[in-house]
Design a protein. Sequence first.
Length: 162
Amino acid sequence: MFRPPLFPNPGMLPFGMTMEDLKSGVSKIRNRVIARVFREMGLMEEWGSGYKRVIHACQSGGYPEPDWEELGTAFRVTFHPHPAVLEHSRADVTENVTENVTENREQSILNLILTNKYITTTKLAQMLNVNRRTIARDIESLKNEGKLIRVGGDKGGYWDVI
């Protein structure tokens, strides 16, 4: 899960207020002067409406509800990415990681063959910590890409990097 940088509010809920109070619209003003100025400037619609407006905005946009946490002397609200963005990102990351691992392993195979053209698939599998079938698939891919060729038979032959 994506975790944004932690910039918690420097204060906890007002004394005596619970998370249930917050969610039901109970409002306790910490600083009446700041609250009055915000109200007069039109930055605040009504007392105790913030939680419900945030939840409504998330729901109407298709976002998951944020997490609201009291952390000792701090308060944190964690907003989560839209599910469509998250799924798209997950698919891209998985595909890119798989491609990179395979490319790195294939390059390692080529490097090992350059140092020992008589190396066996069993030895390659041991050295790269994968099974023999994975090495066989990678070698087949390298042969199809024209990067590797087998000279001679399976028993007495050797690999040549092209």
